[in-house]
Design a protein around this ligand. Structure first.
Ligand code: FMN
Length: 214
């Protein structure tokens, strides 16, 4: 494996930087939206998947993949179980980072900020739009808690399916978080490791925009 890893080298192609050079905008949301659309157009696998990192009370960082579900009022929204590990982390320390990687485009976007639960009506509306099986799953899974075996989970699915034969209400422990960004970095891979790094940093109500060394 070491030999293989040593030989792996990717000199990035020079992409058309029309969307980046001299066209950053005054806040990061337009550029995020452009890059996100381009990730979809270029058939990126799971373009809305990102890594969320949180920190627990013993300062241990942990990361996991989630789906971005909305960008709403300049906040990045995702849905999860509020009692999960990430939910517990966020209850004690609401700072978090989100990381998108779109390899087809040699791009990453790093977002730092603070998370808050979205309004219950927003979680209700999104929950109602999910397929029934996912709704039942949200009730059945005590996310991040130990499970005796797979059948324990399957029995819980059956029990909740019987409990909610028609409409499935949103579990109170399941809903959205919105991350309000304080810093967003756009990274574009370029040849010879001379990559572009454009940072938007929030200072009061203004976004400071600067480049960083690659
Ligand atoms: C592609 C992908 C998408 C995922 N999307 C979500 C999601 O939107 N919400 C969620 O709670 N977990 C999602 N997961 C599962 C999480 O990665 C994680 O296992 C789970 O949320 C428990 O994390 P925690 O124990 O750190 O709280 C996804 C996993 C993958 C691989």
């Amino acid at each position: 494996m070491e030999d293989f890893l040593e030989q792996m080298r990717n000199d990035h192609k020079d992409f058309d930087h029309g969307s980046l050079e001299g066209n950053f905008g005054s806040q990061p949301f337009e550029l995020f939206s452009t890059w996100f659309s381009e990730a979809i157009e270029t058939k990126q696998v799971e373009p809305n998947a990102f890594v969320l990192s949180t920190v627990n009370t013993t300062l241990q960082t942990s990361s996991r993949i989630l789906y971005l579900k909305e960008v709403m009022e300049e906040q990045f929204v995702f849905y999860t179980n509020y009692n999960s590990h990430k939910g517990t982390d966020l209850m004690h320390n609401n700072t978090a980072s989100m990381l998108f990687f779109w390899p087809n485009l040699q791009r990453q976007v790093r977002i730092e900020g603070v998370c808050a639960k979205v309004a219950t009506e927003i979680s209700d509306a999104y929950f109602a739009s999910r397929p029934r099986a996912s709704q039942i799953g949200a009730w059945a899974s005590n996310q991040s808690e130990k499970l005796e075996d797979r059948s324990e989970l399957e029995h819980r699915v059956e029990a909740f399916a019987l409990q909610f034969p028609t409409e499935v209400p949103r579990p109170p422990h399941w809903g959205g978080y919105a991350l309000l960004p304080t810093k967003v970095e756009f990274w574009q891979g370029r040849p010879s490791r001379l990559h572009d790094r454009i940072v938007f940093e929030r200072n009061a109500d203004q976004w400071e925009i600067y480049r960083m060394n690659p």
